[in-house]
Design a protein around this ligand. Structure first.
Ligand code: CS2
Length: 487
């Protein structure tokens, strides 16, 4: 069986042109998922091709061994399939190893303390940060356990804290940069808050050392990369003649904006297309408030229409029209874009990317962890809009549709959300109470719109209309009531 490996690389496609054995792992990456392997790991592969051998990656899985088990037989090589107008393949070699934290936590801590490690990145999805009410939920059992003892860390905060403590005890401790690469606003500051809280409890000397030697950085990351399926495995085998247990598909577009605040050495990611900036906030707000908000709009409406993929959702004229209207009328006027960007152009570019039928992205994949995601993607814009007494009716419909998404996905047994049990425990037959309960579970009560009677009344009307008439009928009626104007 022609399994992809270092001794069995495919011909005629782009492969690592550098000596992988000479590469050392300057980067530790928490969350070796498809997004990381389509994004940061590709930038690093490009950097290694330019001779920057010190920036190889060791991945760390905080939960399961599946990625390690898939990649180890392939020498941690994998195939990237870029699915645009054409299909382009390349083999990525930037990952040198993958550790499974629950199996050997000390190996992860040792790596964090190792002076060769200079940069720690995270793509652990929104739920990996244990957010509640807009900040870290220190009441969560996993965090309570780490507050009590760092004997067996399980969260990114616990592991980073243990690693910093051990690193600080070296004879000549070296600096470290920790970078959030998730769709989280001010992710670097959030990780800093969680880690410094634990250091304050467990090792004040390490806390003092970290304040001068460890920096916490945010970044805006952007590349659509669906979950791997057998169809991709088969097309990769057909086209490259190599079996790859875990190939990754993605789009041609890629963007990485990085806050320029490195404690130690900074990989020259700007040599391979990333951009370093002083102020990351406008970029985070644009990505979350436009692209990710739109992704959740398309997937929420799409799932209620029984469409499997995002591009199929947008093939419905009424959904595409709603998407345009929502972004132009409820986002663009209230969510600034960074200098040099044009909001309308960004909207059109994002929608075009989502319409790429060569890269099917499941509505249910976007819908995963939606109770966490909408707090970052929708709620801040809604509050901004209400504070400016601006138009917000499209988000009223979105929130009503999201409530129906949760209820429908629960009924269908396909809801994938850290709050699934809490949603299941909402048993009232009063639908307005269901709406309030679902929104409370999503921490909406921490936002102003939750106590805005007109807004919540409209949400209830839309949710009830969708419940009784179905999504399409409710959506068309809504658009007609808005005096539907095609963009
Ligand atoms: C998506 C994101 O699944 C989701 O939540 O909205 O993963 C999205 O594809 C990326 O942020 C695009 O950069």
């Amino acid at each position: 069986m022609s399994l992809l490996s270092a001794d069995n690389l495919p011909e005629d496609i782009c492969i690592p042109s550098y000596d992988r054995d000479a590469v050392t792992a300057g980067i530790l990456h928490f969350g070796i998922g498809n997004f990381h392997r389509a994004h940061q790991a590709v930038y690093v592969d490009d950097l290694l091709k330019k001779g920057a051998q010190k920036w190889g990656i060791v991945g760390v899985s905080l939960r399961s061994s599946s990625m390690r088990d898939a990649l180890k037989p392939q020498d941690y090589l994998y195939t990237l399939a870029v699915l645009g107008e054409t299909t382009d393949y390349r083999v990525i070699g930037s990952i040198k190893d993958v550790l499974v934290a629950p199996a050997d936590p000390q190996a992860v801590i040792d790596l964090l303390a190792n002076p060769t490690t200079q940069l720690v990145n995270s793509t652990i999805t929104e739920k990996g940060y244990y957010l509640a009410s807009g900040t870290i939920d220190f009441e969560h059992p996993n965090l309570k356990a780490e507050i009590a003892s760092l004997e067996t860390p399980t969260t990114i905060y616990g592991f980073l804290t243990c690693g910093i403590i051990q690193r600080s005890q070296a004879p000549t401790p070296s600096k470290l940069t920790i970078m959030c690469c998730d769709n989280i606003s001010a992710g670097g500051e959030l990780i800093k808050y969680g880690v410094q809280n634990l250091l304050q409890i467990h090792d004040k000397e390490a806390l003092a050392w970290s304040k001068n030697n460890v920096s916490f950085v945010s970044s805006m990351v952007d590349r659509v990369s669906p979950a791997t399926n057998d169809a991709l495995r088969e097309s990769v085998f057909r086209d490259t003649k190599r079996r790859d247990a875990s190939p990754v598909s993605t789009e041609p577009f890629s963007q990485w904006i990085i806050e320029d605040n490195f404690a130690g050495e900074r990989p020259e990611f700007d040599q391979v297309g990333a951009v370093f900036v002083e102020n990351i906030s406008p970029f985070e707000k644009m990505k979350l408030g436009y692209l990710n908000a739109a992704h959740t709009i398309a997937s929420t409406l799409g799932y209620l229409n029984s469409d499997t993929y995002v591009h199929e959702s947008l093939e419905r004229p009424e959904v595409l029209n709603f998407m345009h209207q929502a972004l132009y009328k409820n986002v663009l006027p209230n969510a600034a874009v960074p200098q040099g960007y044009d909001g309308a152009t960004y909207i059109e570019d994002v929608i075009k990317r989502f319409q790429n039928s060569n890269l099917p992205y499941a509505n249910l994949q976007v819908g995963t962890d939606s109770s966490q995601k909408i707090q970052q993607r929708w709620f801040p814009t809604i509050d901004q809009t209400l504070n400016q007494n601006a138009e917000c009716s499209y988000f009223e419909f979105c929130i009503g549709a999201w409530v129906m998404f949760i209820q429908t996905a629960l009924d269908n047994g396909v809801l994938n959300d850290p709050n699934k049990v809490r949603f299941q425990q909402v048993k009232t037959t009063n639908f307005d109470e269901v709406i309030k309960a679902y929104l409370t579970i999503a921490n909406a009560d921490q936002f102003e719109f939750y106590d805005e009677p007109d807004f919540m009344r409209a949400v209830s009307q839309h949710a009830n209309k969708i419940k009784t008439d179905g999504l399409t009928s409710a959506l068309v009626a809504f658009l007609n009531a808005q005096g539907k104007t095609d963009i």
